[in-house]
Design a protein around this ligand. Structure first.
Ligand code: FE
Ligand code: CA
Length: 517
C-alpha cells in the first residue's frame, strides 16, 4: 500500500494551535497552526464486524497537551472498502477529550467479516494518513492461513525502527505487540548483552517519567517515527504491555525500588492511562476508577486458530529471590506465589476447554520455557525471576492446561528476552507445546558479538536455537503447520540495513516439537 504523509504546512505566522469555537460549528473552526496528526493512525482489536480506530490530535506533539487547546474537539473519521476512499461505508464524529490527551478511539461494528478496510481522520481541514485493517473471519469459517508479526521491545534510543519498515511491507493479518513500547529508563546508558555500552542513535525528550504528561511525552517521541507509523497503518494490532511501559520489572502493585504500593500505584495509574491513550484498544480497556488497565482477550480465526492473550504483569506475585537472574530460593516455590490471578486461570482454562480450533496460540509477554542460565563451568543453576522462571508452579499449571488439551497444536509467542529463541515446552519428558521468542525491535542495540548461547544450549536441550540479532518473528499458521520466520536486521544503530530471515522453525500439526523449516 502507499502511505501518503501530508507535507507539513507552512507555519501560520508562528500562531499557537488556533482556538476552537466549541459550538456546533466547531468543525468549521480555524485550522491548527500545525498538522494535527503527526503521530499517525492505528487500528486494532478486530472483531468479525469491526475494529478500533485510533489517532491523537497533537499539532505540537512534544509540548504539554500536544499543543492542543484545553477543550474537547470533534474529529471526523471515514471507513472505506477501497484504498482510494471511493466507497465510504461508514463515517462519523468522535470527541477527542483533553482528559485523554485528545486521543480518539472509534469502536466500529456492522462491517463485513474477513475483509480489508481503509480508514482516515479529518479535523479542521486536515486529513490524517490512511490506514488499513481487516475484520476477522466468521466463527465457523474455513481459514487457510493466518500471518502475523510478533513485535516489541523498541527502545527508542538504542536503534532505528528498520524492522518496522519490513513489517509494514509484509502482507499480514495482524501484529501482536508483546510490550516495552516505551522504556522509562533514561539515566543508565544502554548496554548490550555483554555489558558494553551501546551508542544512542537518538534520545527521549524528557527525564524518567512519573507523571501522566511525562509518559505521554515518551509515546509522542516514539510515535513520531515514520517506520513505526507505517507498520501501524499497514494492518491491525493486538497491543499488550509488559514492564517498561511503567517501570522495569514492576509486578502488580510493586515497583523494583521497594516503594510502598500505595505510592507506586500513582505512577502505575499515570503510566497505564498513557498506554491506553496511545493504543488502538477497546473502551473496555479504558482505565477504571482505581486506575486498572487490562488487555486480556481471546480472538478466533475461524476454525483454524484461537489466540489467548493473558496479562502476565498486572496480577502476578512479586518476583522471588531478589528478582533478575538469580539462584533458586524457597520464596520461588511458596504457596500462592503465582503469575496469573484465579480469574485469569479460569478464563484460560475455559478458553482451552471450549476451543475447537486446530491451533491454539498464546501470545504473551515473558518466556515460558525455564532455562538454566548459569555460565559454562558454573555449578549453581540461575533463573530469570521476572519470566515464568520465577514462577515454576505457575509454569507447571500452564503446561498442564496444554497437556490436557486435545488435539495439542499449541504455540506460545513471546518477547522480553531481547534475543531470539526457538523452544520446546516439556511437561516431564513430553513436549506439550513450542515457543517462538521474538528478539527486540531495537532494545540493547545491534546484538552481542560474543554470546553465552553455547552454555545456554548445552544446559537446556529444549532450546533448539538462539540468535542475538534485532528484528521480529513472522508467524504463519496453516492447517499443516505453525511456522516462525525469524526476521533479523543486520544492524539497528545504522539506518537502512537489510532485513533477512535468519532461520525458520515449524511445528507440524499433530506432531509436537520444533523442526527446521
Ligand atoms: Fe524489553
Ligand atoms: Ca520486558
Amino acid at each position: 500500500m502507499t502511505l501518503l504523509v501530508p507535507s507539513r504546512r507552512a507555519l501560520l505566522g508562528g500562531l499557537a494551535a488556533a482556538p476552537f469555537l466549541l459550538t456546533a460549528s466547531a468543525r468549521a473552526a480555524v485550522p491548527f497552526a500545525d498538522f494535527p496528526f503527526p503521530l499517525g493512525v492505528a487500528a486494532g482489536d478486530a472483531s468479525t464486524d469491526g475494529f478500533v480506530l485510533w489517532t491523537r490530535l497533537a499539532p505540537r506533539p512534544l509540548e504539554p497537551h500536544g499543543g492542543m487547546p484545553m477543550a474537547s474537539v470533534p474529529v471526523d473519521w471515514e471507513v472505506a472498502s477501497d484504498e482510494k476512499f471511493k466507497q465510504i461505508v461508514q463515517h462519523g464524529t468522535e470527541t477527542a477529550w483533553p482528559e485523554l490527551a485528545h486521543s480518539v478511539h472509534v469502536e466500529l461494528a456492522g462491517l463485513l467479516p474477513d475483509r480489508p478496510y481503509w480508514y482516515r481522520f479529518k479535523c479542521a481541514g486536515d486529513t490524517s494518513i490512511a490506514g488499513r485493517v481487516q475484520t476477522l473471519p466468521l466463527a465457523g469459517a474455513a481459514v487457510d492461513t493466518v500471518r502475523f508479526a510478533a513485535v516489541g521491545c523498541q527502545h527508542f534510543e538504542e536503534g532505528w525502527y528498520t524492522a518496522y519498515r519490513d513489517v509494514a511491507a509484509q502482507p499480514l493479518d495482524f501484529v501482536f505487540h508483546y510490550g516495552d513500547y516505551i522504556y522509562e529508563g533514561h539515566d543508565k546508558r544502554p548496554h548490550d548483552l555483554a555489558g558494553r555500552p551501546v551508542p544512542a542513535v537518538r534520545l527521549y525528550s524528557g527525564r524518567e517519567p512519573y507523571s501522566l504528561d511525562d509518559y505521554r511525552l515518551r509515546y509522542a517521541d516514539t510515535k513520531l517515527d515514520a517506520d513505526l507509523q507505517a507498520a501501524h497503518a499497514s494492518t491491525g494490532w493486538y497491543c499488550t504491555y509488559d514492564d517498561h511501559e511503567v517501570q522495569n520489572n514492576w509486578a502488580s502493585i510493586w515497583d523494583q525500588d521497594g516503594s510502598p504500593p500505595e505510592i507506586f500505584l500513582y505512577r502505575r495509574r499515570a503510566a497505564l492511562q498513557a498506554w491506553y491513550e496511545h493504543m488502538p484498544v477497546r473502551r473496555t480497556t479504558r482505565p477504571t476508577a482505581d486506575g486498572v488497565v487490562d488487555f486480556r482477550r481471546r480472538v478466533d480465526y475461524g476454525q483454524l486458530a484461537r489466540f489467548h492473550y493473558p496479562n502476565t504483569r498486572l496480577y502476578r506475585s512479586d518476583q522471588p529471590c531478589g528478582d533478575n537472574f538469580k539462584p533458586d530460593c524457597t520464596e520461588r516455590h511458596a504457596a500462592g506465589h503465582d503469575m496469573l490471578d484465579a480469574a485469569q486461570w479460569r478464563w484460560l482454562e475455559d478458553g482451552f476447554q471450549t476451543s475447537r480450533q486446530r491451533w491454539n496460540l498464546v501470545p504473551q509477554q515473558v518466556m515460558v520455557a525455564i532455562p538454566d542460565r548459569r555460565d559454562a563451568g558454573a555449578s549453581t543453576p540461575i533463573y530469570n525471576m521476572d519470566s515464568w522462571g520465577g514462577y515454576p508452579a505457575a509454569q507447571a499449571h500452564l503446561l498442564d492446561i496444554f497437556a490436557d488439551h486435545k488435539p495439542g497444536n499449541i504455540v506460545v509467542v513471546t518477547g522480553d528476552e531481547h534475543r531470539n529463541y526457538a523452544n520446546d515446552l516439556l511437561r516431564g519428558d513430553r513436549v506439550v507445546a513450542s515457543e517462538f521468542v521474538s528478539t527486540s525491535i531495537t532494545s540493547q542495540g545491534d546484538g552481542a558479538v560474543e554470546s553465552d548461547a553455547a552454555a545456554m544450549l548445552a544446559h537446556n536441550p529444549f532450546i533448539k536455537w538462539i540468535n542475538d540479532k534485532r528484528g521480529y518473528v513472522l508467524c504463519e499458521v496453516t492447517a499443516e503447520a505453525c511456522t516462525g520466520h525469524y526476521r533479523t536486521v543486520e544492524a539497528v544503530t545504522v539506518r537502512d540495513r537489510p532485513v533477512t530471515t535468519a532461520a525458520s522453525w515449524a511445528v507440524a500439526a499433530g506432531t509436537p516439537g520444533l523442526v527446521r523449516a
